[in-house]
Write a protein that binds this ligand. Sequence first.
Ligand code: SF4
Length: 318
Amino acid sequence: MVVIVDTITNPLRPRHPEKVNRPDSASPPKPDWIRVRAPNTRGYADTRNIVRANGLHTVCEEAGCPNIGECWDKKHATFMIMGDTCTRACAFCNVKTGLPNALDAAEPQNVAEAVAKLGLAHVVITSVDRDDLADGGAEHFAQTIRAIRAACPSTTIEILTPDFLRKEGALEVVVAARPDVFNHNLETVPSRYLTVRPGARYFHSIRLLQRVKELDPTIFTKSGIMVGLGEERHEVQQVMDDLRSADVDFLTIGQYLQPTRKHHAVMRYVPPDEFSSYEKVAYTKGFLMVSASPLTRSSHHAGEDFARLKAARAASAR
Ligand code: SF4
């Protein structure tokens, strides 16, 4: 699923021009516990056909997600709006980088139609970073949420947004559209930001999540990190504390996998029992929900997790 050259729109353009001259970095071979289902079922093909027919992009494909066989078989796709080209160049990410095209005004409606065709009870919408737009794409996010609400009133909506860094007022526009879950991933611990996520700022991301809760305490907030990027255990625990200080409800922790040899190397495959240990620690710190396993991804099992999240909030309010 990993793509290193954009053979469809421009066969001569590398997918990650900024990484072409980087030395290759080798990762250790994958351990036995990282095994995924091959994407070859009828459900997978149906999902792909609906995505294609509506001219949409998914992060499942663009990021080379290892869970695509399982998720698409169940018609769970995570739509990636605002194009397939990102203005950041994070060291872990396989989404194409460069200068994006203008926004497609029909996209919010096309996404809503695809959600209806797939019959989704819960949908996750993410996007590329659009630093080129004055509002970072906030209004487009809001339009997409409104279009889904109109077409599928019973579908719950989870968004996974960029950080809207230096986009004054953008977050407020998205929150006003009232998604059910607002997710923004920290991706890694603060000491790794400069190499892993150089265009972002750790405390800005924490503050973004905190601000969502200040603006609308009914919205569930969620964030996640990848492990295996050279972080220390105590740093992961510090991230948990920082997220709890921002009143974040749901934490996801998954194993980083290297998309190509030009991307950040996997420094370590974290064994499953360490993920279990992280999960236990995170619950003791007060998260309503925690998902920590090698193949945990923000949107993996998002529908089931949302139901559990609601139940956990209701139980804690009793
Ligand atoms: S985990 Fe998320 S990104 Fe990966 S295939 Fe499933 S829905 Fe798509």
